[in-house]
Design a protein. Structure first.
Lengths: 305, 308, 348
């Protein structure tokens, strides 16, 4: 198991390195970041001055190494727009994104797992069809639009919940539902398929042959096996949510890092954008590694070799 | 027990020597399944309908999707009190007929969806074939590339690229095509690895057929079914993401009638004219569900062992 | 096949099955997997159910235990365990009997053991579930049984996972599991098929010893006549979902009456019976489809003695004496014909 981890960790570092290079280069791909910053009506001298000011006239690899070196020490540069350290900007907003992501995951799991288990125990029943229907719905609905509809119904017409900002817990409810519905289908199908397979398996038949109670058969034996891929998916989804919450944060005006990234892209605030992209990517890589670890731990066949 | 399973697939006649029943050709079997599969037929019909509407839009409506008429702003749809049959789905904030914009918007969604799925399919299938067939170090490189792509936050990357290169349909299709090829790689690679050990592939290699010939001639046909199914799913995802990007303002540029853009434009009037937001959303939802049903149907028809 | 209660010393059989039928609905129609099977087994007795793959012997066992897959439907005229009517009790009462009064050993110990729990956990849970005692007693019983089935270092084994044990050890664990609550009936479905030949003999001997000790009733399902020869008291031969011949082991081996049984015996070398230098037989043809309407004898297309009547009506199971039955229209024992036409091997 140690060898397995070292192997995965090495690859992770390599991937992280590559990702950081790509993230760094994203906004520079047009070839002329300085012009974009200086503005449309800027004269060549102004553009050159801008380029020199931000170090954009140096060779690309030099800029990268300079940035990477500082980043590893915690210095992610300064925002062009607000002049604050990028690290501080991210730090202030990270909490909101993490909270939204975690709440959405919990929401999605709380619906998918019971529903998936129930659907698997009664295949082709109305519960099964509803579960699958819900899954189809969650996958097909444009989540930004769903968020808007929720705002119209619950925020405006019924006036039950707040619709923008991130001050109180209540402010997170509609965003959580919006994001949760988008994430839920994969978990629901995974749980259902895993349970269906488990329930047909020989070891579940053995458990029944021992006279074990239905609860014991379902949860102790079947679910324990079916849940392995779901746990992995949870860790991976968390990584994905941290990077993909841009849309929901924008719809509900939540001040998270997704929204910050979006604003920075529009403002060509490249220090912020590259830091967030790389930061989120590395978070994802770490979480995938954690998912592998958990998976290896939960399955004695891998854990003990 | 084994033979009961065999019975389920090939019931044999009893008299004298066991007869080989004349099995229907795979094509005929698929056609029969296709004609009775509800999801496939429904999804297919809806998609076909939308495609036809998109193609024949100019014939179906006399309005110009770009023509503004500020005297006719925000007319509600025909089912509302102030609506009229002149504008069945009403008009938007700039007086443009909404039904017309919806129809032309279908073109955008379909083009982006098909284009992105095709591009992603080409990239992903090629990578998957190479990795699955050659194995070893080459495969390790392919997996490394996939891991790099997976780690990058797709939406943020897409937004960045579009902000740099602009919001034309070509750019959007390219950017999305570069974002969605990972599922193609994973499936193609695994199928290739399985097929690779089949006898006819080994036979072709022994005869000395060129690698390309083997990849394209022997392995690709086996992978095709899976690719089509995944392509349909990725097309649906591409449509959703394009809508989201356009909604944020970093997708298709106005005044082109992207459905996502229409929702964004309607957001300003959302509280009093919710139909501006509701109608394009329902269109997206309908198209995506139909594509998903079609894709699931194709999978059921060509390889029903794949589902539960 | 009814039980002859009049013979002296006959006690109530542990298991009585009459008219067991199992059907599944498949795309092609209705599959009759088990058709009107009756059997019984008493204390300390070993009943072997023999037949080739797909003849319905496993389904019969699953039907008796109540473990059929969801889509299967079972009927029986009579299903009694120790005089208790299994047909009229509910699922809860049935579950209370499983693992306690009647236990099953499955064919493949690798897939029948849950990979994520230790061997000890899977043993003890049976004991605890049926309220036989507390944690400590369960553990002691588990250790005791593991030793009994011949597993050394039982303490250590308890903490191990199934994938860490060899095939033979896993099957011994399965046997220990069956014994946890001291059942009166054990059904073993091909317990040695997945094992090496050398281990097979050990496992069979183990089963025989344990049975003798506790006077358990044992139903052993197999396709291997060698196994039958070694352990059976009585034998039921099944073909295409129904019983075609029953008898004591001696009767079946010495004078097989059904052409299928004869065919089976011809396929294997039996010391003392098969002549040196003779060719082993093979039964040509395949098992017929059991889907839809079934008419006449199902063996007729592979039978050298078949005649017109065999195709028409259902052939009844005739009783030829206590525990001796035959489902065949032949009036006398078939003569052994030289099987030179269909050699399967030569006996050295």
């Amino acid at each position: 198991m140690i060898r397995f981890l070292i192997h995965r960790a090495t690859i992770a570092v390599l991937v992280a390195l590559t990702v950081s290079i790509i993230g760094f280069s994203l906004l520079r791909l047009s070839g002329d970041l300085a012009s974009a910053l200086a503005g449309d009506s800027a004269k060549p001298e102004q553009i050159a001055a801008t380029a020199h000011l931000y170090g954009l006239d140096r060779p690309l690899y030099e800029q990268y190494l300079d940035w990477a070196g500082k980043a590893l020490q915690g210095d992610l540069g300064t925002s062009l727009f607000t002049n604050e350290p990028v690290a501080r900007l991210i730090g202030e907003r990270l909490g909101v994104t993490v909270q939204l992501s975690l709440m959405s995951l919990v929401f999605a799991l709380a619906i998918s797992i019971p529903l998936g288990v129930l659907a698997a125990t009664r295949p082709n029943s109305w519960i099964d069809r509803s579960a699958l229907g819900l899954s189809v719905f969650g996958q097909a609905i444009p989540n930004f639009w769903f968020g808007l509809i929720l705002i119209i119904v619950f925020g405006v017409t019924l006036r039950w919940l707040p619709i923008s900002g991130s001050d109180t817990f209540a402010h997170f409810i509609l965003p959580t539902i919006t994001l949760g519905v988008a994430v839920m289908p994969a978990f629901m199908r995974l749980t259902r398929t895993g349970m269906l397979d488990a329930l047909e398996s020989d070891y579940v038949r053995m458990a029944r042959a021992k006279g074990l109670s239905t609860l014991s058969v379902l949860f102790k034996h079947a679910l324990r096996n079916a849940i392995l891929p779901v746990v992995s998916l949870t860790a991976v989804s968390l990584g994905f949510l941290l990077g993909g919450s841009v849309i929901v944060e924008s719809v509900f005006a939540l001040n998270g890092i997704g929204f910050l990234a979006f604003q920075s892209i529009i403002r060509t605030d490249f220090p912020v954008v590259q830091s967030i992209v790389v930061f989120v990517a590395i978070l994802y890589i770490v979480l995938t590694l954690v998912a592998d670890l958990i998976n290896a731990y939960l399955d004695p066949r891998i854990r003990l070799g | 027990m084994a033979s009961i399973e065999q019975e389920l697939r090939h019931p044999t006649a009893a008299v004298g020597v066991a007869l080989e029943l004349e099995a229907p050709s795979p094509r005929a079997v698929m056609r029969r399944r296709a004609m009775t599969h509800v999801g496939f037929l429904t999804g297919g019909a809806i998609v076909l309908g939308i495609i036809l509407v998109a193609i024949f839009a100019p014939l179906l409506t006399s309005y110009d999707p770009f023509a503004q008429d500020l005297t006719k702003r925000l007319i509600p749809p025909v089912w509302s009190a102030k609506g009229s049959w002149a504008h069945i789905l009403g008009t938007d904030g700039l007086g443009r007929d909404y039904l017309t914009r919806l129809m032309y918007g279908a073109r955008i969604s379909l083009m982006v969806g098909l284009g992105a799925a095709t591009m992603a399919g080409l990239i992903g299938t090629t990578l998957g074939l190479i990795g699955g067939y050659f194995g070893g170090k080459i495969d390790a490189v392919v997996m490394y590339i996939v891991n790099v792509k997976l780690a990058l936050p797709g939406v943020l990357v897409a937004l960045s690229l579009i902000s740099v290169f602009g919001g034309s349909v070509v750019v959007v299709v390219t950017v999305l095509g570069l974002l969605f090829w990972d599922r193609f790689v994973v499936v193609t690679r695994s199928v290739t690895q399985q097929v690779r050990t089949n006898e006819y592939v080994i036979a072709a290699e022994a005869v000395g057929a060129s690698r390309t010939r083997i990849l394209v001639g022997e392995i690709l046909p086996n992978v095709m079914n899976h690719i089509i199914v995944i392509a349909s799913l990725e097309m649906a995802v591409a449509i959703l993401v394009e809508a989201a990007l356009s909604f944020l303002g970093l997708g298709i540029r106005p005044p082109t009638p992207s459905w996502g853009l229409m929702i964004s434009e309607g957001r300003n009037f959302m509280f009093f004219q919710p139909y501006l937001v509701a109608i394009p959303g329902v269109a997206i939802f309908l198209l995506v569900i139909a594509i998903n049903m079609l894709g699931d149907g194709i999978r059921d028809i060509t390889a029903p062992e794949g589902r539960n | 096949m009814t039980v002859d209660r009049s013979s002296p010393g006959a006690e109530t059989p542990v298991l009585e099955v009459e008219g067991l039928t199992v059907e599944l609905d498949v795309p092609a129609g209705r599959l009759h997997a088990v058709r009107d099977v009756s059997l019984h087994v008493g204390r300390g007795e070993t009943l072997c159910i023999v037949g080739e793959s797909g003849c319905g012997k496993s389904m019969t066992a699953l039907g008796v235990m109540g473990l059929l897959p969801r889509r299967a439907r079972m009927h029986a005229r009579r299903l009694m365990l120790e005089g208790r009517d299994l047909l009229s009790i509910g699922a809860g009462a049935r579950a209370a009997l499983l693992g306690d009064h009647m236990a099953m050993i499955f064919q493949d110990p690798m897939t029948s053991l849950n990979p994520v729990y230790t061997v000890g956990n899977q043993l003890e849970e049976i004991y605890l579930r049926h309220g036989k005692g507390g944690r400590r007693e369960a553990r002691e019983r588990a250790v005791h049984l593991l030793q009994k089935v011949g597993i050394t270092a039982a303490d250590r084994r308890l903490g191990q996972y199934p994938h860490q044990l060899s095939g033979g050890l896993r099957q011994r664990v399965m046997i220990a599991m069956a014994l946890m609550c001291d059942p009166v009936l054990i059904i073993a479905d091909e317990p040695t098929t997945a094992l090496d030949v050398t281990i097979q003999a050990q496992i069979l001997r183990l089963l025989a010893d344990l049975q003798a000790e506790e006077n358990t009733a044992l139903i052993l399902i197999t396709h291997d006549l060698g196994v039958v020869a070694r352990v059976a008291d009585r034998v039921i031969v099944m073909y295409a979902g129904e019983v075609v011949e029953t008898g004591t082991a001696q009767q079946i081996f010495a004078s097989p009456l059904h052409p299928y049984t004869q065919g089976l015996l011809d396929c294997i070398p039996i010391p003392g019976r098969t002549e040196r230098g003779s060719r082993l037989g093979a039964i040509p043809g395949m098992v017929p489809s059991l889907v839809g309407k079934i008419e006449g004898c199902q063996f007729r297309n592979r039978c050298s003695y078949a005649f017109d009547a065999c195709a028409k009506d259902a052939v009844p199971l005739r009783s030829l004496g206590p525990d001796r039955g035959l489902r065949c229209l032949l009036q006398q024992a078939p003569i052994r014909i030289e099987r030179a036409r269909h050699p399967a091997g030569v006996v050295e």
